[in-house]
Design a protein around this ligand. Structure first.
Ligand SMILES: NC(=O)c1ccc[n+]([C@@H]2O[C@H](COP(=O)([O-])OP(=O)(O)OC[C@H]3O[C@@H](n4cnc5c(N)ncnc54)[C@H](OP(=O)(O)O)[C@@H]3O)[C@@H](O)[C@H]2O)c1
Length: 296
């Protein structure tokens, strides 16, 4: 940013203490990890650009009225790696690599049936910038793809669309694999609870790449232990880092990754910020403005 904006005063802060001397004069805030307390100390701020696609850490306690704009990183810049993560998790299961690893460990040559993604119905919950990319790729690999979103806007690659709360249970009941790519909002907080898991197809593979608190972790454990859910691949958790004594760590049917599937690559996010900065300077509309009422 310093190279691209040589005339702009830019300060970097890695902690609230480092940020403190600059807060009263800051007009644009770019990054993440902003507490409500820190935001409240911004006397002159006009625009906050969250580095990252999720804004759940900031919208709940947003202290400003309508004159401060909140934008987020465009999910499409992050989507390609998340698509690969989801495809990898599904193929690992359908190709039976987990079975193969177990057999190899025991030096056992035992034939097993390999499945195909073409025999699966994959449900994608959240069909925004990232979920729609996941849906299209899964469709191109031959899966039947169903999707769930708030609105009923159709998405390319989605064979059947379920819209709104009233269709959630039908959506989960129609899927062999469910991919959660939902933002965490007051409406999605622990949305996937015991009642929802109860309606899942037996043998479900659940993949969560959105936000951890969108599902009730105890209800997921109970659904796995009862055999209803066969497997979970989780990149995000209600509390991060995942606490040392959390039962997910050594559960044989759960794969844990430490919130790595959608990394922010400077070569992609910096141009995105600069485009928005240009628009901000010209008093033109910014891209990826967060709707504070919807919380995403
Ligand atoms: N694991 C990682 O490393 C990582 C990286 C990046 C992002 N993420 C997470 O992924 C999330 C999604 O990102 P995105 O860029 O795709 O967001 P987005 O473009 O805002 O899309 C959000 C989608 O969720 C749907 N939705 C929201 N609330 C809903 C509700 N109550 N019921 C049904 N559908 C609802 C929206 O439906 P409508 O479009 O119909 O309104 C939309 O399709 C982010 O919020 C972030 O938390 C995780």
């Amino acid at each position: 940013l310093s190279a691209a904006l040589p005339d702009v005063e830019i300060h970097y802060a890695g902690s609230a203490e480092e940020a403190a001397p600059h807060l009263s004069r800051t007009q644009i805030l770019y990054g993440w990890g902003f507490s409500a307390d820190l935001l409240r100390k911004l006397g002159a701020v006009r625009w906050v650009q969250k580095m990252g696609a999720g804004v759940d850490d900031i919208v709940g306690d947003w202290p400003f009225s309508g004159d401060v704009i909140l934008t987020r990183t465009d999910g499409r810049l992050i989507a390609p790696r998340m698509v690969e993560y989801v495809v990898g998790a599904i193929l690992d299961m359908s190709a039976g690599f987990d079975v193969a690893r177990r057999l190899q460990r025991d030096r056992q040559w035992a034939f097993f049936e390999v499945g195909s993604i073409q025999d699966l119905t994959v449900g994608v919950a959240g069909l925004g910038d990232i979920g729609s990319g996941i849906a299209q790729t899964l469709k191109s690999l031959g899966a039947r793809v169903v999707g769930w979103r708030r609105s009923s806007t159709p998405v390319r690659g989605v064979d059947e669309l379920f819209a709104g709360d009233e269709s959630l249970l039908d959506f989960v009941g129609s899927s062999d694999v469910i991919v959660l790519v939902l933002p965490l909002t007051r409406n999605t907080d622990r949305l996937f609870d015991a009642n929802v898991f109860d309606r899942c197809r037996p043998g479900l593979h659940l993949i969560n790449v959105g936000r951890g608190a969108v599902l009730d972790e105890q209800a997921l454990l109970a659904a796995i232990d009862s055999g209803k859910v066969a497997r979970a691949t989780l990149d995000v958790f209600a509390v991060e880092p995942l606490p040392q004594d959390h039962p997910f760590w050594n559960h044989p049917k759960i794969t844990v990754t430490p919130h790595v599937c959608g990394p922010l690559v400077p070569d992609k996010v910096v141009p995105h910020f600069l485009k928005n900065y240009e628009a901000f300077e010209r008093r033109q509309p910014l891209r990826n403005v967060v709707d504070l009422a919807r919380q995403y």
